[in-house]
Design a protein around this ligand. Structure first.
Ligand SMILES: [Zn+2]
Length: 125
């Protein structure tokens, strides 16, 4: 909460707006398949693909995607409003596309890390 107050203060003083997104379920929503699953440990494991990732890595990517999808939907709903800026929609789409590429990279790298750890454990034995 102290960080939030500081962030609001700094952003406002520099003319920026801070928007918040509900983080509910974002640490237990699979980056690979998008399904929500029960998880009580730090490491999330998808029961469909066996893919595992730290929830602290998974959550912020899901929060960012949730926020951008919401902004895009809001833009679509209110696109006739005079204050809407068409360039904003393009920017949101571009950032969402970049985020999805980043997400896919994380998913692929985590899979490769799993393979590397398997290789190292085979070599070590
Ligand atoms: Zn999954």
């Amino acid at each position: 909460m102290q960080f939030q107050t500081y962030l609001d203060y700094k952003a406002t003083s520099t003319g920026h707006l801070v928007e918040y997104e509900d983080p509910r379920d974002t640490s237990r929503t699979c980056l690979k398949c998008g399904k929500k699953m029960a998880c009580t440990t730090q490491i999330f494991t998808c029961t469909h693909f066996g893919y595992s990732i730290d929830r602290q890595v998974q959550a912020p990517i899901n929060i960012a995607e949730k926020y951008l999808k919401k902004k895009l939907t809001q833009w679509e709903e209110y696109k006739d409003v005079a204050s809407s800026v068409p360039a904003e929609r393009q920017l949101i789409k571009m950032v969402l596309g970049d985020l999805r590429e980043f997400r896919d990279l994380i998913v692929r790298d985590v899979s490769q890390l799993d393979r590397r750890y398997t290789f190292i454990s085979i070599v070590a034995t």
